[in-house]
Design a protein around this ligand. Structure first.
Ligand code: C2O
Ligand code: CU
Length: 506
């Protein structure tokens, strides 16, 4: 062989050495157009006993032949509905449309509405009531699905297209039906093409009023929502820009329900001392007055603040981000600006400890949810993508549990960005952050702001069977692969991502 040919061969070999693994990685990053989330990634038992995961699960890895599957009869998510046939206490009809949104300021943006507005109507129910929401899709071409963010609904009502239902196409309707068993502040939003539909307005607030207000906890007589959302770069509260005047009598104590519907965290602070009554619809135990501290409201998260309007007629400003505020007080009163405090209120030590109702030390399973980032391919696209436990989507863990398991999870973030982590269907409690134990009120959450370099240890009880998303609520990050699922042994879903309904949960 001539020298020339050798060189050519060497060059071809070198090229193949690069191209073949790249082609393999490219291929491995692709999911078929239609797939079941049950077939995604690999099963993670969290160090607990291996469980069967129902028929049809992980088809590629010998479905239905797992040890134990015979002893666990398969149940479909469709069967996991509210267990009552009584009549609804509250019925709500929603109509979703793709149209121009007119903000309260008069500005118009392209997006989606519910009953003609964005945010959509606020849904109010009382604790214990059965809610029925019928939603009709008038004109949203991609289809819609409604998710009740923070409500631990039965799985069939979770509203995730491709996991718990099919997307509702134009001209179709779907009814959600669930009992509101925990008072608090929530919101609802589309979980079909959510990185576009939520950002562009398909959401609303949801309030579950307590059966009866505990006067020992708060004397608030008024309540007001502060729903933060950014429409094409415009920050709004309840759809309004800038200062939003809320007429209340001097001397009144107000519960302000702050809801963050954006992709990033928002800071809130006030012009008078405040108390944090609740985080993510869970009461804080013995909240003390806060001064000179801002509170971070996680993307997707909620915080109920209690503020008292001075008796002398001066209003109080409740700042939600630096661009928007509620001004609580007599009509027409001007509220001076309030500088953003330098320090953050630390929920790890706020309030007083209380019983958790379970023992995280006796965990049946312990999972890792370690978030990183590295170069690779996502659906064939090269880029720097998120990783979960070192694996890139779709090769992510499937966290497997059995009903009744006590579960701990370590969420660690070394990805260079903040991630608001949201587990559907459950509330979890923070045990520690960066090794520091929680010493305040039990910090229950459904949305947790995990900054770069942070490590949280959390715990929850697996008490709500289903297939549940566990994802980043920066919806663009979810779109970019920061999505895993928590799956109960024996539960299967007949729904698929893609398919005729063109389901696309992220
Ligand atoms: Cu606000 Cu997966 O949800
Ligand atoms: Cu994220």
């Amino acid at each position: 062989m001539t020298k020339h040919r050798w060189r050519l061969l060497a060059a071809v070999a070198a090229t193949l050495a690069i191209v073949v693994p790249l082609a393999w990685m490219w291929q491995a990053s692709r999911m078929p157009d239609t797939y079941s989330v049950m077939d995604m990634g690999y099963v993670d038992y969290g160090g607990g006993p291996e469980l069967g995961h129902g028929d049809g699960g992980h088809g590629g890895h010998g479905s239905g032949h797992d040890a134990g599957s015979a002893s666990v009869p398969a149940v479909s998510v469709e069967e996991l509905v509210e267990d009552t046939d009584r009549d609804a206490d509250v019925e709500v009809d929603l109509v979703a449309a793709e149209e121009e949104i007119e903000l309260a300021s008069g500005r118009t943006v392209d997006g989606y509405t519910l009953n003609g507005t964005s945010p959509g109507p606020t849904i109010r129910v009382r604790e214990g009531q059965l809610l029925e929401v019928r939603v009709r899709n008038e004109s949203v071409d991609d289809g819609i699905a409604l998710h009740w963010h923070g409500v631990d609904v039965p799985n069939a009502e979770d509203g995730v297209a491709g996991v718990t239902q099919d997307a509702v196409g134009v001209g179709e309707e779907h009814t959600y039906r669930w009992v509101a068993d925990q008072a608090g502040t929530y919101w609802y939003h589309s979980h079909q093409v959510s990185h576009r539909q939520v950002v562009r307005g398909l959401y609303g607030a949801l309030v579950v009023e307590p059966r009866k207000q505990d006067r020992a906890v708060t004397t608030a007589t008024e309540e007001v929502l502060a729903v933060a959302h950014t429409y094409s770069g415009r920050r709004t509260l309840n759809g309004e820009e800038g200062d939003v005047a809320v007429p209340v009598d001097p001397g009144s104590t107000v519960r302000v329900r702050v809801v963050n519907t954006d992709n990033g965290p928002v800071r809130t602070w006030t012009g008078a001392p405040y108390r944090v009554l609740a985080i993510d619809a869970t009461d804080v135990n013995e909240p003390t007055p806060v001064e000179d501290r801002y509170l971070t409201v996680t993307a997707g998260g909620r915080a109920d603040l209690e503020v008292t309007v001075p008796a002398d007629g001066r209003p109080v400003r409740v700042q939600v981000g630096s661009a928007t505020a509620l001004v609580l007080g007599p009509e027409g009163a001007e509220a001076p600006a309030v500088e953003e405090p330098e320090d953050e209120l630390d929920l790890l030590s706020y309030g007083s400890p209380a019983d958790l109702g379970f023992s995280p030390a006796d965990a049946d399973r312990s999972f890792d949810y370690h978030i990183g980032r590295r170069p690779g391919f996502l659906q064939g696209k090269p880029g720097l993508w998120w990783t979960i436990n070192g694996h890139m989507w779709p090769d992510v863990p499937m966290f497997m549990v059995a009903e009744g398991d006590v579960v701990t999870m370590e969420i660690d973030n070394s990805s260079g960005d903040v991630h608001p982590m949201h587990l559907h269907g459950h509330h979890a409690v923070v045990l520690s952050r960066n090794g520091q134990r929680a010493t305040g009120s039990p910090w229950w959450f459904d949305s947790l702001n995990v900054k770069d370099g942070e490590r949280f240890e959390i715990a929850f009880v697996a008490d709500n069977p289903g297939v549940w998303m566990d994802h980043c609520h920066n919806l663009q990050h979810a779109r970019d692969g920061l999505v895993a699922h928590l799956m109960y042994a024996g539960v299967t879903t007949p729904f698929e991502v893609g398919g005729d309904a063109r389901n696309e949960p992220e």
